[in-house]
Design a protein around this ligand. Sequence first.
Ligand code: SAJ
Length: 436
Amino acid sequence: MKYNKICVIGLGYIGLPTASTFAMNDVEVLGVDISPTIIETLNRGEIHIHEPGLPEIFANAVKSGKFKAALKPEEADAFIIAVPTPFKENETGSYNGATYKLADMRAVTAAAEAIVPYLRKGNVVVLESTSPPRTTFDLVAPILEKSKLKSGTDFHLCYSPERVLPGQILRELIENSRVIGGVTPESAKAGADLYSIFVKGQIIQTDATTAEMVKVMENTYRDVNIAIANEFSRLADKFGVDVWEAISIANLHPRVKILSPGPGVGGHCISVDPWFLVEAAPDLTPLIYHSRQVNDSQPHFVVDVVKRTLGSLNGKKIAALGLAYKPDVDDLRESPAVEVVHLLEKEGAQVLACDPFKPDANLHGITIAPTFEDAVQNADALLFLLKHTEFMQLNPETVAQKTTARTLIDTVNGWDAAPWQNAGFRVVKLGSGKLK
Ligand code: SAJ
């Protein structure tokens, strides 16, 4: 099948790199988004997100004349839906007294509806957004069939999850294996042809529901494994054991690979997707449910560590360093670091937060310092919440001159204690088992 023109709906962290990569491979791409600001920014040749390598690829895509952005789709050979599937903010489900979060599928619904007027025989439609199993068959197909065309017969319909790691999206988009689930085997084949334009990794064809399940299983697997690492950090602390040392020794076992504890699990993927399974089958998912609970409560453990280090937090000045959900990204969605700051403030602490990737962040109830220097200047303690490269490269002696703080709390095992101790800091690590 020949793909001369494609329409990518949703120009965020996945849609924009995907659209740019297709355009770089000589396909005419119309990028669609509901935000006029995003469309204007992109059509000016600028981008609205931070992702290493994206500015260069996007600039080339624009220069080639193959990419343009618009608020509405147009007729095309293929349509890719890459819109967010967060959870609902103001509504939860409940099972046996336990509450769980619900998937908000409004953006997927709106994107599918936007395609309907432009859908033609022989087109391929691919849903990439992470979705609860059966979404392609039960939600997307019926909307697209309002066009009077039948999925799997008149047009092809697939589910192909993005599985790229923020921070490494451009490379992983091309090199990772890609699963394409079709509503029919012919649809899967058409979807595989589409992605073979740029995917160098293996392309696996299956049915749409299996592909949906694969995606949520991967992120749920990681969530459960991070939860056990976080639970180990609390246990180690209780037993006076350094969790980092214990994990590094346990990981010498050939069949053990414990992940890293930290302030919790954030981002729009791992902290959200497991809920899709809980919502679909709360009676079958106690482990997944409890893992979510453990990871969501980890910011409380961080605050407990800060309290045991500093005593009462009332009036204490804390520099919270790093607000993103993980190192070297500018994405604050579901960030546990943000939750830590809120909890510290509830305890009466005066927190100045800073993130070099989001110096202009605007978060309700959080005071953002424009620079690291401003954040640390009058602090009683430095609380490192993320291993941003910029933080890792700090020189302890230089920092000591810039701050009144002499306590450093490391929640991610990012800093070798000795040089900081030599520079006059007391160093406390989450899960180090040394606090009373
Ligand atoms: N984290 C820990 N300990 C660890 C690893 C991660 O606390 O040992 C935390 C991070 O700090 C972060 C969160 O977990 O807050 C998630 O980070 P991540 O790097 O594990 O994953 P994401 O959310 O950036 O990307 C994931 C990836 N999925 C898997 O690794 C199975 C990626 O491949 C997916 O494409 C992406 O979700 C997605 O879009 O679904």
